[in-house]
Design a protein around this ligand. Structure first.
Ligand code: C2E
Ligand code: CA
Ligand code: CA
Length: 553
């Protein structure tokens, strides 16, 4: 970057020298012209205005005054009125002319200075954010220009795009200026966190970019330092506030046009937002996954209308007796061309749109219809439905469930709602109220993926929860990983003390199964017992086993 500035500077100095030379030649030329045409009494002395005006324009008011003085002097004491007769001018005559030249030089210089500072201001505005005075997207693109194609990978900077995810929440709590205030504190934080140089740019209302000089350090580690720095609270009006930050970055890709580099970092940022990760590095695979995801979402609405979404059911058994107590309803998309699409490929996407409300309602409706059908065939199992955080926050969610129960003439205790910790913690007051109404109608509420979120234990007892599902990530590590063993034992003990039951999900091995039974875990679910299956297959499986799962020794 400094080489480019040096080159520019050298060019500017050369142009400057050339201008001085040309102006000096012009002044000398006017002198010769006036002399050769017979002296000052003829009209040619007015030609001196040309170099004076030009010098004002090029060098500002100082240049204008200087050339005005020079011109006055050149056409002054040594220039006769009439070369033919040798008659000289009066002093007052050339002094007055010199004064006039100086005034013209000064005025043209002032006009040119004003125009130049106006242009400078416009240029500055086009390259800066007015709220924080930080350089903006245009400035970032300019800074990236030297690294564009053709200069190889060496010495390339790391480009990080950062967004404040909880912008709305912060604005509504602390007012409009809070985001600018946080962003203003960013450059200092960036400089403090990184060993080499870095510059900060504001790209949008809550989006900034940091261009890090890699200086031989590991790019991942540098971005890690940035994440740590941004996790420290920011100060606003003397209050410490937390900004939820996500980062997307690009560092080892052959740099193309500056716009493409920014776009790559933004693609990575979109993935970081979608997956709720602190930082994501760009890779070409992200783009194709994203395009595929967008295409899937586009088709999803139609698929719902055409009845392509259906539920599969996975048994949950009592660990003491082996009795099948219930099933978890898991959504499957029967795509006419792509075959079965698992929920991980479309539900997280749908969660970012209102489609998740449609999906939530569909799952509840289908699960209830199935529960009624099984009750009619004397199959007594509860049916658990997964509830997205957005479903729970949707206004009138409890009303919707109660209305559906009424429609299917079903009692609440057959339906279980699996809610994740994050969903519970998002809007506690609203959630407690909605879940209390549902629990009042005897629906079973369970916490899904227990141990992976940030559930604050002190709030657990406020919620009408009757079951805790220990996340698969712990169950999978049983019984050899002592960390997992301790977490499972603590969860079992905590749940029992609070009057709740515990189910372990993702039970795949006989060893884990035995460990859980001995640890006092109440229920289990997992591939060891059975995989999720279509309703008909579940009924066959159940009758084959006489309603019980017997663990083979
Ligand atoms: P989840 O609620 O944690 O569901 C358990 C997932 O683990 C299911 O994946 C299930 O098939 C899988 N699983 C069960 N036993 C085992 C095992 O022993 N080993 C392994 N490796 N996996 C096991 P699935 O069906 O792909 O669902 C993924 C996630 O999609 C679910 O995670 C749930 O969060 C979501 N989901 C599924 N159906 C719905 C739905 O109707 N609505 C909403 N909002 N989310 C749903
Ligand atoms: Ca679940
Ligand atoms: Ca789960």
């Amino acid at each position: 970057m400094s080489r480019v500035l040096e080159l520019l500077d050298r060019r500017r100095r050369a142009i400057c020298r050339l201008s001085v030379l040309l102006l000096a030649l012009m002044v000398a030329g006017v002198y010769v012209l006036v002399y050769m045409t017979g002296g000052i009494k003829f009209v040619y002395s007015h030609s001196m205005y040309i170099p004076i005006l030009l010098s004002g324009l090029v060098f500002g008011f100082k240049g204008g005054i200087l050339v005005g003085l020079l011109g006055g002097f050149v056409l002054g004491p040594f220039m006769p009125i009439d070369v033919g007769t040798g008659e000289m001018q009066q002093t007052a005559n050339w002094l007055y002319r010199t004064g006039f030249f100086v005034l013209i030089g000064f005025l043209s210089g002032v006009a040119s200075d004003a125009a130049r500072s106006y242009i400078e201001r416009i240029k500055w505005v086009s390259r800066h954010d007015l709220g924080t005075r930080l350089p903006n997207r245009n400035a970032l693109l300019d800074s990236l220009q030297p690294f564009a194609k053709g200069r190889g990978k060496r010495g390339q900077p790391v480009l990080v795009v950062i967004i404040i995810e909880n912008e709305l929440e912060l604005r509504s709590s602390f007012g409009e200026t809070v985001i600018s205030e946080i962003i203003q504190q960013a450059p200092q934080r960036v400089e403090g966190a990184l060993p080499c140089g870095a510059s900060t740019y504001r790209l949008g209302s809550s989006q900034i970019a940091v261009l890090i000089d890699q200086c031989g350090e590991d790019a991942e580690a540098l971005v890690g330092k940035l994440v740590d720095a941004f996790q420290m609270p920011f100060l606003f009006d003397g209050i410490q506030i937390h900004a939820d930050i996500r980062m997307g970055y690009v560092f080892d890709q052959p740099m193309r046009a500056p716009e493409s580099s920014v776009q790559m970092a933004e693609v990575a940022l979109a993935v970081a937002l979608e997956k709720a990760q602190d930082k994501v590095a760009y890779s070409p695979a992200l783009v194709s996954a994203k395009q595929e995801n967008l295409a899937i979402l586009g088709e999803l609405k139609e698929a719902i209308g055409q009845g392509q979404l259906m539920l599969h059911y996975q048994p949950k058994i009592d660990l003491g007796s082996g009795k099948v107590l219930g099933v978890e309803a898991l959504m499957r998309w029967m795509h006419p061309e792509k075959g079965i699409i698992l929920p991980g490929n479309f539900i997280p996407r749908a969660e970012h749109s209102t489609l998740i409300n449609l999906i939530g309602e569909l799952a509840l409706d289908k699960a209830m219809a199935q529960a009624v059908q099984w009750q009619e065939s004397s199959i007594e199992v509860s049916v658990a439905v997964n509830i997205s955080p957005r479903n729970l926050l949707q206004p009138g969610f409890a009303d919707l469930i109660l209305r559906l129960l009424g429609h299917h003439r079903l009692k609440g205790d057959v339906i279980e709602l699996e809610v994740t910790e994050t969903a519970l913690m998002t809007d506690m007051e609203h959630t407690i109220h909605e879940l209390a109404r549902l629990a009042g109608s005897r629906l079973i509420i369970s916490i899904d993926d227990f141990g992976t979120g940030y559930s604050s234990l002190q709030y657990l007892h406020l919620l009408p929860i009757s079951l805790i599902k220990i996340d698969q990530s712990f169950v999978r590590r049983l019984p050899h990983d002592m960390g997992a063993v301790h977490i499972v034992e603590a969860a079992v003990s905590l749940a029992h003390k609070m009057g709740m039951k515990v189910i372990a999900e993702g039970v795949e091995t006989a060893e884990a199964y035995d460990f859980l039974r001995n640890a006092g875990c109440d229920m289990a679910q997992g591939y060891l017992i059975a995989r999720p299956m279509q309703a008909d297959d579940f009924v066959k499986w159940l009758s084959r086993n006489g309603g019980y799962h017997q663990r083979l020794q």
